[in-house]
Design a binder for this molecule. Structure first.
Ligand code: DGL
Length: 258
């Protein structure tokens, strides 16, 4: 493996970001690590998540990564600032809820932000909210329990539809709080985006942060002179997990193909 780009999440969700990274940098090598053993992160304390994220990043550095993407909104809000202080010259890019494009497309309208309880509680999100809440009516909605459907491979289940139906009821088409946009502020949620659309009604537009995150990673590598100059080569993707479930890697590969 050439010098690789590490991609990290609490579990399999960050594969939604990995796909976009590969789309934008097809000639690079990637190592995706999902910390499924310790997932969910969203209901842990900030200190716990920070420690797990620093531990993973330190390991990537030792393995020879040329950049790290924290493909987890929760881990980003808990640890990205500290990591940048620890490694000021190293390309480390996090992800945050795509509120900016959402308010741009839905000015003055209702925009729902779905994320983990920690992401919504953290200062980083409150700063983001302060920046954009004058442009649209932003409704933050913590969704504990939602990432588990993706993590456990139950994205086509009746239970998921029932869960979403209850969670999203006030925001459906035709209801007083009908929303025009939905920000998927957790990297697991793009894998249930179709179900979210179905429950809300087709009008609500969906936004996630993968495109902007991948663009920023590419820019940072470019500035550092670390992009692979061989544009013809086909890069590789390797999956790693902390999960003890022997089916986890297979599941990660099939989410990547989805
Ligand atoms: N995928 C993570 C995120 O983007 C969170 C899932 C979890 O709670 O572990 O926030």
């Amino acid at each position: 493996m050439e010098e690789f780009i590490a991609v990290f999440d609490s579990g399999v969700g960050g594969i939604s970001v990995l796909k976009e990274l590969v789309r934008q940098m097809p000639n690079e090598d990637f190592l995706f690590f999902g910390d499924s053993l310790h997932a969910p992160y969203g209901t842990k304390t900030k200190e716990e998540v920070r420690e797990l994220t620093i531990e993973a990043t330190n390991r990537f550095m030792k393995q020879g990564a040329k950049g790290v993407t924290i493909a987890c909104n929760t881990a980003t809000s808990a640890a990205v600032r500290v990591l940048r202080e620890m490694y000021p010259d190293f390309p480390i890019v996090g992800i945050e809820p795509a509120l900016k494009p959402a308010v741009l497309h839905c000015p003055g309208e209702k925009v729902l932000v779905l994320a983990t309880p920690m992401t919504i509680r953290e200062e980083k999100f409150h700063k983001l909210l302060n920046q954009y809440e004058k442009d649209a009516f932003v409704i933050p909605l913590p969704a504990p329990g939602l990432m588990e459907f993706v993590e456990e491979g139950k994205t086509d289940s009746i239970e998921l539809m029932e869960f979403l139906d209850k969670l999203l009821d006030p925001y459906k088409e035709g209801k007083p709080d009908e929303v025009s946009g939905v920000v998927l502020g957790c990297t697991h949620y793009p894998f249930v985006a179709d179900s979210i659309s179905k429950v809300l009604g087709n009008k609500a537009r969906i936004f996630d942060g993968a495109e902007g995150t991948a663009r920023e990673m590419k820019r940072r590598l470019d500035v550092a002179g670390k992009l692979n100059p061989d544009v013809e080569r086909k890069g590789t993707v390797v999956f790693e997990t902390s999960s003890l479930n022997p089916n986890k890697i297979g599941m990660m590969e099939s989410l990547y193909q989805k």
